[in-house]
Design a protein around this ligand. Structure first.
Ligand code: FPP
Ligand code: MG
Length: 325
C-alpha cells in the first residue's frame, strides 16, 4: 500500500495541474451541474488517464500550453461513463463516497454524465485536430458498444474468456489506449510510434480491468473504495468466475447455474460462490494473465529512446498490477 502511495506521490505536481484544469472547465450556469460535478470529479479518482495523456505528449514532444486542458477530456469521459455505469449497476458507492445516483437520483446522474461527456467534446474541439477528434469519438462509440455487450451478457453462464476480453477492451482499454496514443497524434508522430503507443495503452487497459475484476474478489471495501463481490451480484461473469467455472464438472456448473437462474440468490449463496472462486486457485491464474499484459505492454515502448516520460510510463505500467484500489 505504501509503495503504491509513493509511486503516485511522485506525480503530485502533474495531478495538481490536472485538477486545476478539471475544476476550471467544470463551470456551468446551472449550479446543480457544478455541485454534482464537484462531488464526482474533485477529491477522488486516480487521474491515471489524464496522466497517461500528458506522458504521451511528453514522450512525443508535444508541449503546447493547452496540454493540461486537453488532459481533462480523458477524466471527463471516464467520469461520465462511471456516472452512467453507477445508474446501470444501481451502485451506492463510488470512489469511497456515496455515488451521484444515490445522492441525486438516476435522472440527475445520467444528465450530469451527458454534461461531462459533451464538455469533453467541447474541449477536444479546441485542439483543432481532426485526427484527434476521430480518436476521441471512436473511443466513446466503442465504450458504449462495450457497455451494451456487457449488458447483453449479464447472467450469461456461457460467457467465455474471448467474449470477456472483447468487453473489457471496449469498455475500459480503448480509453486508456486513446490517452496513450493522443500525444502521438497531436504531435504528428511516425504512424509506427502512434501504433506502439495505442497498443501499449490497450495492453495496460486490459491489465487494469483484469485487476479491477480480480480485486472485486480479493480486496476489501475500505481499500478498494467500492463494495467487493459486487460483480457477481450484478450478474457480471468476469475472469475469476470464468476460470472457476471452466474447472468444474458439468454437473457442478449446472447446479450453480440453476440456483442463480431460478431466483434471486440470498446473500449467503452469493458469498458461498465468491468463497468458492477464492478457494479455487484461479486467482493466481488471473493475476498471471494481468502480468502477461503488463509485460507485453512494456515491450511496446522498446522503440522509444530512453527519457523520463518513457520511464514513467513503464513505472505506471508496473503499478497497474501492484495496486490494491
Ligand atoms: C466501469 O466498469 C465502467 C466502465 C469502464 C465503462 C462504462 C461505459 C459506459 C457507461 C458507456 C459509455 C458512456 C460514455 C458517457 C462514454 P465496471 O462496472 O467494471 O467497474 P465498477 O466495478 O467500478 O463499477
Ligand atoms: Mg460498474
Amino acid at each position: 500500500m505504501d509503495s503504491e502511495k509513493k509511486i503516485l506521490a511522485k506525480y503530485q505536481s502533474y495531478f495538481e495541474k490536472i485538477d486545476q484544469e478539471v475544476e476550471k472547465a467544470l463551470t456551468s450556469r446551472v449550479s446543480l451541474i457544478e455541485e454534482i460535478g464537484g462531488h464526482t470529479l474533485l477529491g477522488g479518482g486516480k487521474r491515471l488517464r489524464p496522466l497517461f495523456f500528458i506522458l504521451s505528449c511528453e514522450l512525443c514532444g508535444f508541449h503546447d500550453e493547452i496540454l493540461y486542458r486537453l488532459s481533462t477530456i480523458f477524466e471527463y469521459i471516464h467520469t461520465a461513463s462511471l456516472l452512467h455505469d453507477d445508474v446501470l449497476d444501481n451502485a451506492n458507492i463510488r470512489r469511497k463516497k456515496p455515488s451521484a445516483n444515490h445522492l441525486w437520483g438516476n435522472h440527475a446522474a445520467v444528465l450530469e454524465g451527458d454534461f461531462l461527456y459533451s464538455k469533453s467534446f467541447c474541449v477536444a474541439v479546441e485542439a483543432g485536430n481532426v485526427s484527434f477528434l476521430k480518436l476521441i469519438t471512436n473511443t466513446t462509440t466503442q465504450m458504449a458498444e462495450g457497455q451494451i455487450l456487457e449488458l447483453l451478457h449479464t447472467n450469461d453462464w456461457n460467457m467465455n474468456r474471448d467474449m470477456y476480453l472483447d468487453i473489457i477492451n471496449a469498455k475500459t482499454a480503448v480509453l486508456i489506449s486513446a490517452a496513450c496514443a493522443a500525444g502521438g497524434i497531436l504531435s504528428s508522430a511516425d504512424p509506427k510510434e502512434i501504433e506502439a503507443l495505442q497498443k501499449f495503452g490497450h495492453l495496460v487497459g486490459m491489465a487494469f480491468q483484469i485487476m479491477d475484476d480480480l480485486l472485486d474478489y480479493t480486496s476489501d471495501q475500505a481499500v478498494f473504495g467500492k463494495p467487493v463481490g459486487k460483480d457477481i451480484r450484478e450478474g457480471k461473469i468476469t475472469l475469476p468466475l470464468i476460470y472457476a467455472l471452466e474447472g468444474m464438472s458439468d454437473e457442478e456448473k449446472k447446479l450453480i447455474q440453476e440456483l442463480f437462474e431460478q431466483r434471486e440468490p440470498s446473500n449467503e449463496e452469493y458469498q458461498d460462490l465468491i468463497d468458492l472462486v477464492r478457494r479455487n486457485g484461479v486467482l493466481q491464474k488471473v493475476q498471471s494473465d494481468a502480468q502477461k499484459y503488463v509485460d507485453e505492454a512494456a515491450l511496446c515502448l522498446d522503440g522509444f529512446p530512453d527519457s523520463p516520460a518513457r520511464e514513467n510510463f513503464l513505472e505506471l505500467n508496473r503499478f497497474i498490477i501492484e495496486r490494491h484500489y
